[in-house]
Write a protein that binds this ligand. Structure first.
Ligand SMILES: Cc1cc2nc3c(=O)[nH]c(=O)nc-3n(C[C@H](O)[C@H](O)[C@H](O)COP(=O)(O)OP(=O)(O)OC[C@H]3O[C@@H](n4cnc5c(N)ncnc54)[C@H](O)[C@@H]3O)c2cc1C
Length: 303
């Protein structure tokens, strides 16, 4: 039968119902290969190439059972199209939905960009090791992000925001290629006006609208007043950034043990089974995507 549904959507009724006796966590853990249907509840442009997409699991038990850590990712399925790993950009402090920031890159992400609120997707996960927020608690946190690297880091920033008294000084340095590439401008405005967040925005290539800082993220970092004894550093962005950001963190005497890096590698299963993201003895999907400096040092081409 010819369907007139857009590509990548599926009728909820066509999905097999889980037995009512199963709890949400049993369902999620029961078959980690199975995508759970979720509805797109909102979609908005962040830039010309990135969208912020909010999704809610259709099954209430799954919705309630789904908990994640800042820095974890999920596998997003578009039925009949494929699957892609995407960081969860919403904070675990906000339950009942997940937000993803999706750049149009290839097959799955381009198909997602042509979908709309109300369409159905599949979600597996959450997967991976996120940021060690328990170690950060009680300490200062320096977060350095470039480009799309803001996606997983936003989950961490919002988590800290919602538990603000648990953390010390929080400094955010975010770099974009151009002013129109800056994502989450509204949130940056909010963080900029809070006295308990120190925020630095910089762009590589300014235009007429930009009266802020120009240059790479390491420039504002060099001016920072850091207490190395109790500062944790977080880095997420394009591969070229890591080496230079870590160098400045070291110049500021932040201990290697206190530096965490979030890596992207091509991956498939998300569970350490298929080997697509294997680097040496590590699997990016289960040992990462967040690695301590010492673990990251062994990842080829990262530092
Ligand atoms: C942990 C993690 C978190 C991520 N978080 C986000 C996020 O929050 N937002 C976001 O937009 N993206 C994120 N990504 C990146 C996203 O998963 C990739 O861009 C993914 O390839 C998109 O799928 P696609 O089908 O749209 O693109 P693809 O069709 O897979 O193509 C994307 C690009 O990758 C190339 N490519 C595909 N497979 C390979 C391969 N095996 N080796 C080399 N090159 C290949 C293609 O040629 C193309 O240039 C994340 C990736 C990881 C691993």
């Amino acid at each position: 039968m010819q369907s007139n549904m857009p590509r990548g959507t599926i009728e909820v009724d066509a999905l097999r119902e889980a037995p009512q006796t199963m709890s949400g966590s049993e369902m999620l853990l029961g078959n980690a290969y199975r995508p759970w249907p979720a509805r797109i509840t909102s979609m908005r442009d962040l830039t010309a190439n990135e969208k912020l997409v909010e999704m809610r699991f259709i099954d209430e038990r799954v919705r309630e059972a789904f908990v994640h850590e800042p820095g974890q990712f999920l596998e997003l399925s578009l039925f009949g199209v494929g699957e892609a790993p995407i960081s969860i950009t919403s904070s675990p402090t906000k339950q009942g939905f997940v937000e993803l920031c999706i750049r149009r890159a290839g097959t799955v992400t381009s198909a997602l960009h042509s979908m709309h609120a109300g369409d159905i997707v599949g979600i597996r996960g959450p997967f991976g090791r996120g940021f060690p927020v328990d170690k950060f608690r009680g300490n200062d946190v320096l977060i350095v992000a470039g480009g799309l690297g803001i996606a997983p880091v936003r989950s961490l920033i919002n988590y800290i925001h919602d538990n603000r008294s648990d953390f010390g000084k929080v400094t955010i340095v975010y770099g974009s290629r151009t002013p129109s590439d800056i994502m989450f401008r509204d949130q940056f405005e909010m963080w900029r006006h809070r006295k308990d967040f120190e925020l630095y925005l910089t762009v590589d290539h300014p235009d007429d609208t930009w009266d802020g800082e120009v240059g790479v993220v390491t420039e504002p970092m060099k001016r920072l007043d850091i207490n190395p004894a109790n500062t944790y550093g977080v880095v997420c962005g394009p591969p070229v950034m890591y080496k230079f950001v870590v160098q400045v963190m070291r110049e500021k005497n932040i201990d290697y043990d206190h530096i965490y890096l979030d890596f992207e590698r091509h991956m498939k299963c998300g569970m350490g089974k298929c080997g697509h993201c294997q680097i040496g003895h590590q699997y990016c999907c289960i040992d990462g995507p967040v690695f301590n400096y010492w673990e990251a040092k062994n990842i080829q081409g990262s530092m």
